[in-house]
Write a protein that binds this ligand. Structure first.
Ligand SMILES: O=C(O)CCC(=O)C(=O)O
Ligand SMILES: [Fe+2]
Length: 237
């Protein structure tokens, strides 16, 4: 089953996805996970043995809801997704560096990148499951856990919008230099994924590229329970 995830990722229209990333900073992948895989991940939420840390978001004023970071070794489904999505995103990450006149620095595969994280004492896995009940939300934030951060991350919706929950749109706010911020509200269907920038992105201006700063969050869940999987590629200190 996990092998088929690799095939699914490989057979995506990456030309189109790269174009969306370059033009708008984010890209949607509809139906990446099957219904039963989403169910499997939701069920994991209740099994404490999968996780290293549980965060009550209200306690830190991060929002309202909770999330749990997986512990190593990651469940095969999560590990496979993280490793399968990384290589194309590393191509985009290196291209973005080159837009800014910087050298490509992201290794072609996930493991050498994680080795770099581990040498900088970023050794704790960062993929996480999030759960929001009615009234839950996630304040705008960035997920940086040390000096090394991969420029993209991916979120996957694990249950059905409008059926299992209402509200709870994914939010992306882009702060442009010396200008007002622009917000994007993105709805993700169950099993769908969204690739978005962790911290910044290059935008082509009239005199070359400039960078915008991005933060993401989730709007209030107005009813039901919303589950999601966050795939962050850099490990944490
Ligand atoms: O629940 C979501 O859609 C957003 C989760 C999030 O903040 C993340 O994946 O980093
Ligand atoms: Fe996040």
């Amino acid at each position: 089953m996990t092998n088929r995830i690799e095939q699914r990722v490989a057979s995506l229209d990456w030309v189109l996805l790269h174009q969306a990333l370059d033009e708008q900073g984010y890209a949607a992948i509809p139906a990446l996970l099957r219904e039963e895989e989403c169910g499997e991940l939701r069920a994991m939420y209740e099994e404490e043995s999968h996780f290293r840390t549980r965060i009550d978001m209200a306690r830190y004023r991060f929002g309202s809801g909770e999330y749990k970071y997986f512990q190593a070794p990651l469940p095969p489904l999560v590990q496979t997704l993280r490793a399968a999505l990384y290589p194309e995103l590393a191509v985009a990450a290196n291209r973005w560096l080159q837009c800014l006149g910087q050298e490509a620095m992201y290794p072609a595969d996930l493991q050498p990148f994680l080795d770099q994280c581990h040498r900088q004492e970023q050794t704790r896995p960062t993929p996480l499951l999030l759960k929001y009940e009615a009234g839950g939300y996630n304040c705008l934030h960035q997920d940086l856990y040390g000096d090394i951060h991969f420029p993209f991350q991916v979120v996957i919706a694990l249950n059905r919008r409008e059926t299992d929950y209402t509200g709870g749109e994914f939010l992306l706010v882009e702060q442009r230099p010396r200008a007002q911020s622009r917000g994007h509200a993105v709805t993700i269907e169950q099993g769908g994924a969204l690739i978005f920038p962790t911290q910044r992105r290059p935008v082509e201006g009239t005199r070359g590229y400039y960078q915008t700063t991005l933060r993401h969050g989730v709007s209030t869940v107005t009813s039901g329970t919303r589950y999601s999987l966050g795939v962050i590629f850099h490990d944490a200190k």
